[in-house]
Design a protein around this ligand. Structure first.
Ligand code: PLP
Length: 397
């Protein structure tokens, strides 16, 4: 059967190969004294808090399960708007908010609304792999610009200017980023948006980890810059609802009918049960619980990063948000006689029963030297991982 070139262009998600191998090994070692420890998964170990669970059950019981507006339930759009006002002091009217099936659908809608065949979108290397695939699914081309620790692994205004070409349509940034957990310095983001606007382009910012910001210097939404910035967000990470498939997109007012038309045709609406449940995310008790969990993520970061550094797995930029550590395993590879982080991930899996994510999926700039640890697992799991890495290092020296 002939496969569309669009589908052929989408690269495999190599992370899933590691995850598959890790799951197979996990079954084998489940009943040994060293069961598998998973630090490869970018998913909170918490589930939705009690009020959210109750709201979902109530919606099912009361039969609130019909389609909603393609843009989402009005009260939910209002509550998201209120969240921007209370938490960030930014006025984002509900009419600019489109509720979606996760950030993934929001990114897909934004790309389909704005990208024509052959358009190019600048994004940092390393970055979340699916983001470049959303661009290519819209027949655009993601142009990965190598970044360094000096720029917090983010694009700078100077780089955006230098790489802007005849086909460039805009930038797709993630702040805080997956895999690095680092954000763009707010002044730099304004300068990037200035460059993009001067060229008549689009600034699209994936803010899915914004709620999990650990540093007030960075935890501001790009929507504070002006009403032309497009922002993607989600209930997956801060709100601990990955499998519920709910997120949102904030667009300039003129774009709402375009996105609505696409959403009506492609998805009809996001999950109605999930939307009713999400209304309870903004209750004071739920927010208090989310804030306790955010503090727990920060405590894990504060403990784990120095441990990695002490083990010789340098983290060049301390993450200011999310739950990742982007660590340089170059010295370890040299000591273990391994060519790069892909082989390192399999070695650590085999010898320490520890699953981590090799850099390969996130780009090509320096990713053979880097691995991503997720700190979305319990402190006990992080402590066990560090103990096993220490034992592996001692055995290799
Ligand atoms: C940067 C980034 N954007 C988007 C997504 C997709 O999230 P969602 O579950 O909301 O579709 C992820 C998921 O890990 C992510 O890390």
């Amino acid at each position: 059967m002939r496969i569309a070139s669009r589908a052929e262009r989408i690269e495999p998600f190599y992370v899933m190969e590691v995850a598959k191998a890790a799951s197979a090994l996990a079954r084998e070692v489940a009943h040994t004294d060293r069961p598998m420890v998973f630090l490869n998964i970018g998913e909170p170990d918490f589930t939705a808090p009690p009020l959210v669970q109750e709201a979902a059950a109530r919606a099912v019981r009361e039969g609130l399960t019909q389609y909603t507006q393609a843009t989402g339930l009005e009260p939910l759009r209002e509550r998201i708007s209120g969240w921007y006002r209370q938490r960030f002091g930014v006025d984002v009217p509900a009419r600019r908010i489109v509720v979606t099936a996760g950030a993934s659908a929001a990114l897909q809608l934004a790309c389909l609304a704005l990208i024509d065949a052959g358009d190019e979108v600048l994004m940092p290397d390393p970055s979340y792999p699916c983001n470049r695939h959303f661009v290519s699914a819209a027949d655009g081309r993601a142009v990965l610009v190598p970044t360094t620790a000096q720029e917090r692994f983010q694009l700078s205004a100077a780089q955006v200017e230098a790489h802007w070409g005849g086909r460039t349509r805009g930038v797709l940034l993630a702040s805080p980023s997956n895999p690095t957990g680092t954000s763009i310095e707010p002044g730099e983001l304004r300068r990037i948006h200035d460059v993009v606007s001067r060229h008549g382009g689009v600034t699209l910012v994936d803010e899915i980890y914004l709620g999990l910001s650990h540093d007030p210097a960075f935890g501001q939404t790009a929507l504070a810059i002006d009403d032309q910035v497009i922002s993607v967000n989600s209930f997956s990470k801060y709100f601990n609802m990955t499998g519920w498939r709910l997120g949102w997109l904030v667009v300039p007012e003129a774009l709402v009918p375009v996105v609505e038309r696409l959403a009506q045709n492609l998805f009809i609406c996001p999950s109605t049960v999930a939307q009713h449940a999400a209304l309870a995310c903004f209750e004071p008790d739920s927010i208090a619980e989310y804030e306790r969990r955010r503090a727990e993520f920060k405590a894990r970061r504060d403990w784990f990063i120095p441990q990695l550094q002490a083990l010789g797995l340098q983290v060049p930029v301390v993450p200011d948000g999310a739950f990742y550590a982007w660590a340089d395993c170059g010295d370890w590879c040299a000591r273990l006689g391994l060519p790069g982080s892909w082989e390192f991930a399999f070695e650590v899996m085999r010898r320490a029963h520890l699953a981590v994510t090799p850099g390969r999926d996130f780009g090509s700039a320096d990713t053979r030297r880097f691995i991503r640890f997720s700190t979305a697992s319990s402190m006990a799991q992080l402590q066990e991982a560090v103990a096993r890495l220490r034992a592996l290092r001692d055995a290799a020296s």
